[in-house]
Design a binder for this molecule. Structure first.
Ligand SMILES: [Cu+2]
Length: 220
């Protein structure tokens, strides 16, 4: 859905760009000053049809962009029913703490330090193709939770009460197992660029094993 919104916006922007560039080039070539003519060309003012046109066309364009963006963001940000996996994300200068709860049972928290490579950062393990609910909070300043491959990003703002729905979002994880890079997308201090983490997507069977060895309260 994000991809189709992005593609649609690009096609519309490109089409607009082509028309505008064509008009500029056309005016520059066919209406340039010719040496033989010393007098000014006809000076057009108060042309009502043209003024209506260049007021209405941008209004229509903005409305179309607005409609699709509003419609899709409604769907994308909707927190809808229960998710089998919930992740409490706590951001701090300059890393992350992830505490997953699977079917109501918490796992050991995973936390990290500022690192150069996302693979060295804290790793959040999730099953493939599963609805996951994230709950974002910050210990200090504004951060932003971003896994580029998920095509979703949200600011992590300190001081927001736990019952505020803006802290939560749900996504379906990808179908393909693998280790995906995650980062902080809001300049948050000197080690902002090292505030890296990874998300490892594994098949459900492997995830069940992971749960068994990482249940909170089990032997360390
Ligand atoms: Cu940050």
């Amino acid at each position: 859905m994000v991809q189709s919104l992005w593609n649609g916006a690009w096609i519309a922007a490109l089409a607009t760009g082509v028309v505008v560039i064509f008009l500029i080039v056309w005016a520059a070539i066919f209406h340039r000053k010719r040496r033989s003519k010393a007098e000014l060309p006809p000076q057009v003012r108060y042309n009502l049809p043209i003024e209506m046109l260049y007021t209405l066309i941008p209004l229509v364009m903005v409305s179309v962009f607005f409609f699709f963006t509003a419609r899709d963001s409604q769907t994308l940000t909707k927190v809808d029913g229960d998710a089998p996996v919930k992740v409490k994300v706590e951001a701090y200068q300059w890393s992350w703490r992830f505490t997953s709860t699977v079917n109501g049972r918490p796992l050991q928290p995973v936390a990290g330090m500022p690192v150069k490579d996302y693979k060295q950062g804290p790793q959040l393990v999730l099953p493939v193709n599963t609805k996951v609910e994230f709950d974002l909070s910050s210990d200090d300043v504004i951060h932003s939770f971003w896994v580029p491959e998920f095509l979703f990003k949200r600011d992590v703002i300190p001081g927001i009460p736990e019952d505020n729905p803006g802290r939560k979002f749900q996504i379906n994880t990808l179908d393909k197992p693998g280790v995906y890079a995650g980062r902080c997308a809001e300049l948050c201090g000197v080690d902002h660029s090292r505030m890296l983490f990874s998300v490892k997507l594994v098949p459900q069977a492997e995830f069940d094993q992971y749960i068994a060895t990482n249940q909170a309260g089990s032997a360390q």
